[in-house]
Design a protein around this ligand. Structure first.
Ligand code: AMP
Ligand code: MG
Length: 491
């Protein structure tokens, strides 16, 4: 049994473990031998109503590695299933422990979960551990998403465990404390459906609605109402990923949340030179999760959610399928609208016109031909910086520019007026966690225990839409050596 720590402001009130026992296994984290704090997210702690100042650094390290438990915490690992690269598997947290559901001062209920905290009944062959680089990577990118205005799980702390973890070489072990609106996934519903009994599925639906969409409890068909809510959140989420050039990289159904938060920062990356087919993950050979394929994959995943919910959609299977099908078509509309509206913001287009989609698509085609940097191009259109030379020289550019000016009702070549410019600058970040910057920050942290570059990057990413001269070094596109940047599924 782990030591108990009192104080710190934790208010656990866990309901998930009232679900049928197929959805979890109780079990404590493996105690880390010599836990040591690497980074703590003080502002997030404050938002959550935690009073970490009541706890010594050693107590915090013990707590955020799972060696000690806060009062009221009864850890468990969640069971779920999922389609991974299209193939169905029954899974579960193989290296994570939910410490409990914590109530925040502003009335929210969040999961506090440790990732990398040791083996669980779902570990299969894995060691249940995580290493420092990937855990810090999740910390950086998830917190960058907050500044960029993208729904995401949060990172509260990273602790070194004092243990070496064997990968291709021995690496420093670490535990990440993740905070999420919940860890319910499309895959949680798939697990419930795979059991083939109505009760667990119904219980999960009730829990999900209570947690994320309490207004839907009295809907005519709660299952369809929840599906709609999830689909709308996912359409908004995918559009916001594409707004900032984010490639999730592993959009398996177990990595798609019911809450609409981005989860699982394994092989994710940010595009630089634009190409719809851009893929970074070393294992995504078919381009299933490529940048431009994300809307389609979201729809595929939502089809799996609809399938799982079928028994609760209509007692008649044929009718249930019909209703689900009709919903999926609606998603296509929602996703298309979310994407086009997002592009209207990026381009500062007033109102809505039929051929806005074509205008946006033509620009992307030009950018792809010219290998223009995604972030730089949009920032330049807002008048903040000069146009990337790769684009300026192309034959199509002048003609597109004329179309854009005409659509915005401006004289050819004029810069956007102040309101349009402000709107564009709120949609087009000046700073993103560019892959080479993230790698540099991780290298310094892991090899030299130097958190300076990581802190500077996180600091810049707190207000990524502001043009600040001192940020210029963080804005430059990557050196050519990064052209073939690859990411790996984070272990
Ligand atoms: P992820 O890609 O992190 O979402 O992991 C996919 C599945 O593999 C999840 O069920 C994880 O819990 C499990 N998993 C990943 N890494 C490990 C590990 N080192 N030990 C045990 N299970 C793992
Ligand atoms: Mg995952």
């Amino acid at each position: 049994m782990a030591d108990l720590i009192t104080g710190g402001g934790f208010r656990f009130d866990t309901r998930y473990t009232e679900l049928p026992s197929v959805f979890y296994r109780l079990g404590e984290p493996e105690p880390a031998p010599r836990p040591e704090l690497t980074i703590v997210n003080v502002s997030l702690a404050r938002e959550l109503g935690l009073r970490l100042e009541e706890l010594s650094p050693d107590a915090q390290a013990a707590l955020f590695s799972g060696r000690s438990l806060a009062e009221g915490s009864k850890p468990f690992s969640q069971a779920y299933a999922g389609h991974q690269f299209g193939g169905f598997t029954v899974l579960g947290d193989g290296r994570a422990h939910v410490l409990g559901e914590h109530l925040t001062p502003d009335g929210r209920r969040v999961d506090i979960q440790l990732k990398g905290s040791g083996r669980t009944p779902f570990s299969r062959g894995g060691d249940g551990k995580a290493t420092l680089g990937p855990m810090l990577r999740e910390y950086i990118i998830s917190e960058a998403m907050v500044g960029l205005g993208v729904p995401t799980t949060r990172s509260l702390a990273v602790v070194r465990t004092g243990e070496r973890v064997m990968r291709e070489e021995p690496l420093p072990g670490a535990v990440l404390t993740r905070v999420a609106s919940s860890h319910l996934r499309v895959g949680t519903f798939q697990l419930a459906a795979a059991l083939g009994e109505p009760e667990p599925l119904r219980a999960l639906l009730t829990y999900a609605i209570e947690r994320h969409d309490p207004d839907l409890a009295d809907a005519a068909c709660p299952a369809l109402a929840l599906w709609d809510a999830v689909a709308k959140r996912q359409a908004a989420l995918i559009a916001s990923w594409m707004r900032i050039g984010f490639v999730h990289g592993v959009m398996n159904t177990d990595n798609m949340t019911i809450s609409g938060e981005t989860i699982d920062y394994g092989p994710c990356a940010f595009i630089d030179r634009y190409a719809a087919s851009r893929v970074f993950s070393s294992i995504d050979r078919g381009g299933r999760y490529a940048f431009g394929n994300q809307p389609r994959i979201a729809q595929w995943n939502l089809a799996r959610l609809a399938e799982a919910l079928l028994p609760l959609i209509d007692a008649d299977e044929g009718r249930a399928v019909e209703k689900a099908q009709e919903r999926l078509e609606r998603f296509q509309g929602w996703m298309g609208e979310a994407w086009t509206d997002m592009m209207r913001d990026k381009l500062g287009l007033p109102g809505r016109q039929e051929d806005d989609l074509a205008l946006a698509t033509s620009l992307l085609e030009l950018m792809e031909e010219a290998s223009a940097d995604y972030t730089d191009t949009f920032r330049a259109l807002s008048g903040a910086t000069p146009l990337p030379s790769a684009l300026e020289g192309t034959s199509g550019w002048a003609a597109w520019r004329e179309r854009w000016d005409a659509r915005c009702g401006r004289a050819p070549g004029d810069v956007p007026p102040p309101e349009a410019r402000d709107r564009m600058r709120r949609a087009n970040p000046a700073v993103i966690p560019r892959n080479h910057l993230v790698e540099e920050a991780l290298e310094a942290a892991v090899s030299s225990n130097d958190l300076g570059p990581l802190d500077r990057l996180l600091d810049a990413l707190r207000s990524p839409y502001e043009e600040r001269p001192e940020l210029a070094p963080l804005q430059a596109p990557p050196p050519d050596s990064f052209a073939s940047y690859r990411t790996f599924c984070g272990t």
